[in-house]
Design a protein around this ligand. Structure first.
Ligand SMILES: [Zn+2]
Length: 156
């Protein structure tokens, strides 16, 4: 899936699970759960067969940068006027949603450390396995938009 889907579903799933957590959970525990909810959302949405970026090299990096900045603005903008706790939950959900793909990029371009590669493989164990239709670029943008709206409307 494209970065917009992973970032937005990471944030949305992080917010979604909050009401299912114990009321005794403190800020750090909620951030921890938000990260893993984002991570799980990455694995879940990547299970659908999907279209990937067709750009490579600097065009791909430029696309990722613009997309990440825009979606971060849309998601974290949703936390303006909310508590620091909610902003943190959204942020850690986004990080959890991005880190499975980010680990491969870091391994490939920055730091050749094999555990990063293993982490990428483990978090992509269900990649494209569902026998459904392929989700194309337009549907991915619509799905990301729906998740962004959910984050903007949802209170933790
Ligand atoms: Zn992925």
């Amino acid at each position: 899936m494209i970065a917009s889907v992973h970032l937005s579903y990471g944030a949305a799933s992080a917010l979604f699970i909050q009401k299912h957590l114990s009321l005794r959970f403190k800020r750090e525990s909620r951030y921890f759960c938000a990260f893993f909810a984002g991570l799980a959302s990455h694995m879940a949405v990547d299970a659908w067969p999907h279209w990937e970026y067709i750009q490579t090299g600097s065009k791909l990096w430029a696309t990722l940068l613009v997309e990440t900045l825009f979606v971060s603005w849309a998601l974290l903008g949703a936390s303006l006027g909310r508590s620091r706790l909610v902003a943190g939950i959204i942020f850690f959900g986004m990080v959890g949603g991005a880190v499975p793909d980010l680990s491969l990029m870091i391994w490939d371009k920055v730091f050749f450390w094999e555990p990063l590669l293993y982490f990428h493989f483990v978090t992509h164990i269900f990649h494209g396995i569902l026998p459904f239709f392929t989700i194309g670029p337009v549907l991915q943008v619509i799905l990301a938009g729906a998740a962004i709206i959910y984050v903007q409307l949802k209170s933790a």
